[in-house]
Design a protein. Sequence first.
Length: 99
Amino acid sequence: MNSLIFFGFVMVVFMLGVVAYVLWDEKRQKKKQVKNELVIELPSKVQKEEAKLLLAIKLFETGKLSLGEAAKLAGCLESAFMELLGKYGVSVFDNPAED
């Protein structure tokens, strides 16, 4: 009988540990997911992807975002973003931000 009580006690302690870990992990995940978010209503002639690209280009040009960060915001690879920068007349090399 004592071993059964001990086993029950061990199981309760184990479950409390599991619950504590899950709560800690959820809190840690929420901290990781904190980001700035902007919600705007675009005119019908402006597509969401175009607006994201133009914002990424401007933030890169002004040094607010690195090349990698801007490419991620624009939703494309760095090499493709570099080509787009050229099409919009923005130099890749005069940017003060770093990855």
